[in-house]
Each structure stands twice: as structure tokens, then as C-alpha cells.
Design a protein around this ligand. Structure first.
Ligand code: AMP
Length: 286
């Protein structure tokens, strides 16, 4: 596996691949890799001739009181895992490689970025959209892979790519979970043994809401309350939001249908957890 650090190295690798007629698949990450990340790499390997993953903990998407410093960093272990998975290249830029003149230009996706997580993390999605745009330009991939675990991010990136006519196909992948259902996340390792079972309430609440949907419940408010009740029982320490939205646009609707997704963000200890579920998924015929 090749290791690329500078913009020039990244661009050169990409040019070499294209000159050989290879299609490139790209998996952007912030590292501390788990099986969720690796599922994106595996799909990318199945669909492209060459796969590059990036690891960059992007400072501009963290608020001043968020966990930028605490975010786990283990590039050597990550590189090993990527190599074993068969990834062809790792792009591991420093902050100065991504923002050589400091971060100034920003991509704004109004209407999507202030919603849900954006309401609690002002500026977060501007940071995400901007760094993803920079990475997509440097990598020049045919396809880029994102997890639906970060559902709002996935919807927003798709919209940005369409609006800016970026020549890349955005592929969304199902959330990979621990055996008990907890959505895999690099932040899970900061949960203590006492907090870990309480964190499971997000998944259990989403499941309960999906079961209610499968049994015929269509009132968004009732489905949201089903999830909220389980969060309160656990209890989690703070709920940022529980919200039922249209899957493709993230707009509100008072009634759920087969395109609805239920999204949640909650804090357990010092860890902010997010999760979501497409209600029709796995719930049998409508
Ligand atoms: P991150 O390193 O958290 O920025 O995540 C990098 C990519 O992996 C994003 O597209 C995430 O949505 C995706 N991802 C993170 N966790 C999971 C998971 N449990 N299942 C599937 N994809 C995931």
C-alpha cells in the first residue's frame, strides 16, 4: 500500500492510475478505523480498480468545545488494517497539506446544514462539506463511499456533489453495528463499562420505533416518543434531538412513510452518539 502525504503525491498517484485506465474508489475517514470503515473499503475494492482511503482529523468541523484533541489517532494501526484489507493507497495529509494558506473558502449547504446535528454543532457541516470537496478534488475518484451512520452528512454530500457538478458518484453504505446493535463509531472506545449499556438505548429505541411503524403506526410524533421513552429509561445523559424526516431531503413530515428515517443524537458521559434507522428497512412489505 502506498502512503501519500502531500497534495502533489495524492494528485500524482491519481494521475498515474487514470493513465493506466484505472477507476478509483475513495473512502474518506478520520481514522481510528473499525469494521464500519472497512465495509466501505471492501465495497470500494469490489467496484473499482484502485482504492485510496484518507485519514484526516479535520479541525474545521470541530467546535471550540468539542473533542478535536480527544479524537483517537492511531495511524500506524489504521495503516496496517487498510493494508490487510487490500487498500492500494493511504492519503494521510497534515493540516498544512489540506489548508496550505489556512482555511478560508467555505462550502455552505443552507437548509440542510443547520438542521439536526447542525443545530447543535454550528459550522460543523461547513467544515465537512469543505474538506470533502477539497479531498474529492485532490483524489479525482470515480466513486466515493460514505456511511449512512452519518445520515445527514451523506444527504448533504450528495446534494453538494449534484449542485457543484462534481464528477464523482456518491455511494451510501448501511451502518455496521456491534453484535448487540450499537452503531460502530471511533468514539465508542471512550465509553466506560457503566456507560456502554446505556449507549445501546439509541439502537433499542430506533428498533422499537421501527417495530411500531411495521405494526401500522404512522404518526411521526408517536414514533419519536417511542424512541425518546427508551432513551429516558436508560437513561442517557442528554438528548440533542429525536426527529423523523424524509430520507432523501431530511424535510419534516407529520406522517411517516416508507421513505422515512428516524434520527437521534444523545450524550452518554462525555460522548456524543448519533444513530438512525430507515423505518421501512427490514420491516417487511409495506
Ligand atoms: P469518520 O471516520 O467517523 O469520519 O467516518 C468515515 C466514514 O465512515 C463516514 O462516511 C462514516 O459515515 C463511515 N462510518 C462510520 N461509522 C460507520 C459504521 N458504523 N457503519 C458504516 N459506515 C460508517
Amino acid at each position: 500500500m502506498e502512503q501519500l502525504v502531500s497534495r502533489q503525491e495524492m494528485r500524482q498517484w491519481s494521475r498515474d492510475c487514470r493513465q493506466r485506465g484505472h477507476h478509483i474508489g475513495f473512502v474518506p475517514t478520520m481514522g481510528a478505523l473499525h469494521d464500519g470503515h472497512l465495509s466501505l473499503v471492501q465495497r470500494a475494492l469490489a467496484e473499482n480498480d484502485r482504492v485510496v482511503a484518507s485519514i484526516f482529523v479535520n479541525p474545521t468541523q470541530f467546535g471550540p468545545h468539542e473533542d478535536f484533541q480527544l479524537y483517537p489517532r492511531e495511524p500506524l494501526v489504521d495503516a496496517q488494517r487498510l493494508q490487510e484489507a487490500g487498500c492500494h493507497a493511504l492519503f494521510l495529509p497534515g493540516v498544512a497539506d489540506i489548508y496550505p494558506d489556512g482555511p478560508l473558502t467555505r462550502i455552505v449547504v443552507p437548509g440542510l446544514e443547520e438542521e439536526l446535528c447542525g443545530a447543535f454543532r454550528p459550522g460543523h457541516f461547513q467544515g465537512v462539506a469543505t474538506v470533502v470537496a477539497i479531498l474529492l478534488h485532490l483524489v479525482g475518484a470515480e466513486r466515493a463511499y460514505f456511511g449512512k451512520k452519518d445520515y445527514q452528512q451523506w444527504v448533504l454530500i450528495q446534494r453538494m456533489v449534484r449542485d457543484l457538478a462534481m464528477p464523482v458518484q456518491v455511494v451510501g453504505m448501511a451502518t455496521v453495528r456491534e453484535s448487540d446493535g450499537l452503531a460502530m463509531s471511533s468514539r465508542n472506545r471512550r465509553l466506560t463499562p457503566e456507560q456502554r449499556p446505556r449507549a445501546l438505548a439509541l439502537y433499542q429505541g430506533l428498533l422499537a420505533a421501527r417495530q411500531a411503524f411495521a405494526a401500522g403506526e404512522r404518526q411521526s410524533r408517536v414514533l419519536e416518543e417511542r424512541l425518546l421513552a427508551i432513551l429516558q429509561q436508560a437513561p442517557v445523559d442528554r438528548v440533542d434531538y429525536v426527529s423523523l424526516r424524509q430520507g432523501d431531503t431530511l424535510t419534516f413530515s407529520p406522517l411517516a412513510d416508507n421513505k422515512s428515517v428516524l434520527l437521534v443524537a444523545a450524550h452518554v458521559g462525555g460522548v456524543r452518539l448519533i444513530d438512525n434507522m430507515e423505518l421501512a428497512h427490514g420491516s417487511g412489505p409495506p
